[in-house]
Design a protein around this ligand. Structure first.
Ligand SMILES: *[C@@H]1O[C@H](CO)[C@@H](O)[C@H](O)[C@H]1NC(C)=O
Ligand SMILES: *[C@@H]1O[C@H](CO)[C@@H](O)[C@H](O)[C@H]1NC(C)=O
Length: 327
């Protein structure tokens, strides 16, 4: 399957990968679902190849602008505090108000970073606007009381620019997410659709081999995250029945992690059958754990949300490996 190596036109790779996703087809073995799944893969391929959806990481750019805005804001704040020590009482009144304004602004931008992380984009933008309003209020105070610009007006301009760049990137991020969400809205597993499109967009430059390695590494991370979460639950839970089940699960996930680790060198050596089998085994171990927790009483598993992410990532990894193997 040497012809599959190297750099493919991106769209072609996506179509190749998605047109042969046996895993999900096997899991939904009835012909209606199969037809629907194939339609989904087509949607994902078209979305990932759609040049109207930029593959820029707007979120990181927004975070970078906001982090710099905080640094700039802190610089202004300490400048104000040093001016306060040498100023007369009239200027001092302006500066004291400004000191509070910039202190507030730092807090607001910090909160907006958290809102961005939580995907609350409306809130993130509102917080940045409030921070800007605080900086402007400080300037207004200088104009009203002294009919002067503040001595740090240039620093304020820089802070303002960084805030606006932050807002601009958030707007672009919102637009990109809307395009993907709308595109995925008619697919069976909307979240799998979104994460696949984002994965392919983010890694447009990679070969099929590179995509497989990355997808398996991400699967390993997700699996490790679940194992760590179990360790935390083992320390914090007091429900004896659950603890017993979690102890079994800890072992199951350790095995799952080992299987996924083994699949990486197998991939490297082009033993695709082994790589696929081991990722598949990891999925089975995770499923076994869910069964253990559910038990006869059908207990709700505290691991299910994390396991859903893990399953999606594993399905994606398997589909790329299948394609590498030439299936
Ligand atoms: C799907 O189900 C049919 C029987 O309903 C069976 O013959 C076939 O082997 C199954 N296919 C897969 C991929 O499991
Ligand atoms: C300044 O920040 C505070 C929050 O710390 C906010 O309540 C207030 O509205 C802001 N000021 C302006 C003028 O926006």
């Amino acid at each position: 399957m040497g012809s599959l190596r190297g750099h493919f036109p991106f769209f072609f790779v996506v179509v190749l990968v998605l047109s042969s996703n046996h895993i999900l087809v096997d899991a939904h073995n009835d012909s209606t679902t199969r037809v629907e799944l194939e339609a989904d893969f087509k949607v994902i391929a078209e979305l990932a190849g759609n040049t109207a959806i930029p593959n820029t990481d707007f979120k990181s750019l927004a975070k970078l602008s906001l982090t710099n805005a905080i640094a700039s804001c802190n610089a202004i704040h300490s400048h104000i505090n040093s001016l306060l020590k040498i100023s007369n009482s009239y200027t001092g009144r302006c500066l004291t108000g400004c000191s509070t304004n910039y202190e507030d602004a730092v807090g607001l931008i910090t909160k907006s970073l958290a809102a961005l992380e939580a995907r609350d984009y409306v809130e993130a933008k509102a917080l940045i606007s409030d921070a800007l309003a605080n900086a402007t209020k400080c300037e207004d105070r200088f104009q009203e009381l002294l009919q002067l610009n503040s001595p740090f007006i240039l620093m304020k301009a820089k802070f303002g620019r960084l805030c606006l760049i932050g807002i601009k990137h958030i707007n672009r991020l919102v637009r990109k997410e809307r395009l993907i969400t709308e595109g995925c809205s008619h697919t069976l597993d909307k979240e799998l659709c979104k994460s696949s499109v984002e994965f392919f967009l983010e890694n447009k430059g990679l070969s099929l081999q590179g995509l497989a390695k990355l997808a398996v590494e991400k699967t390993l991370q997700d699996c490790t995250k679940i194992h760590n979460h179990i360790s935390v639950l083992l320390k914090t839970s007091s429900d004896e029945c659950l603890l017993k089940k979690l102890r079994s699960c800890s072992g199951h996930y350790q095995t799952a992690i080992a299987k996924i680790r083994d699949s990486l060198p197998a991939l490297e050596c082009k033993r695709y059958g082994d790589a696929r089998a081991w990722v598949g085994a990891a999925i089975d171990w995770a499923e076994t754990c869910e069964g253990v927790i559910a038990g006869k009483s059908n207990t709700k598993s505290p691991l299910t949300p994390l396991k859903t992410d893990f399953n999606r990532q594993a399905a994606l990894a398997l589909s790329v490996i299948y394609k590498l193997a030439g299936n």
